[in-house]
Design a protein around this ligand. Sequence first.
Ligand code: IMP
Length: 202
Amino acid sequence: MPKYKELIFASHNKGKISEIKNLLSPLGIKVLSGEDLNLPEVEETGTTFEENAYIKALAAAKEKNIPCIADDSGLCVDAMGGRPGIYSARYAPNRDFDKGIEKLLNELAETNSNNRSAHFSCVIVLANPNGNYKSFEGRVDGRIATKKSGTMGFGYDPIFIPTGFNRSFAEFDRDEKNKISHRGRALQKFITYLTTQDEYNV
Ligand code: IMP
């Protein structure tokens, strides 16, 4: 059984917070969020998803002196050299994703490449105040559509078509998307870790 009774999820994103609370409460783990605890937002100065997730998780773990989790995620477009990647949120002007999508479609068109392949990545890091950590990665491959479709989801969902489907992530309902999404896959690995280890080294 998990030894954690309480974990802090260092995030202010309401969608992610409710998702993780729903998944961990059946395991008897209470999740407190950055929102609940008024944690300061931490600057993401890392160069990888894992580094950024670690920076956020460790800052919260040190502040509260208990193990914390944080995630970092983004969209990587092959013909754009993996961009926007860790800059996905900042890539959208004023965090306006209609504008971000337009910008991305234009930038991809300017590459003159026929390669529209892309993937979403997510890394969840569980960190101890002493700096020990463990990370869990999830990824979903797909392609960038030529135009937006669908109204569900968030961010770049309207232009991301996962491999094996003919519709965008914005045409998936939440549960359907969670089954195959980068974040859903990383969370599944994290939950497997919590439920299968007798002793944690983090
Ligand atoms: P962060 O992980 O909160 O730093 O945000 C990463 C950014 O990547 C989000 O603001 C979105 O732009 C993008 N992103 C991450 N996951 C998804 C997703 O599931 N759908 C659409 N966009 C996403």
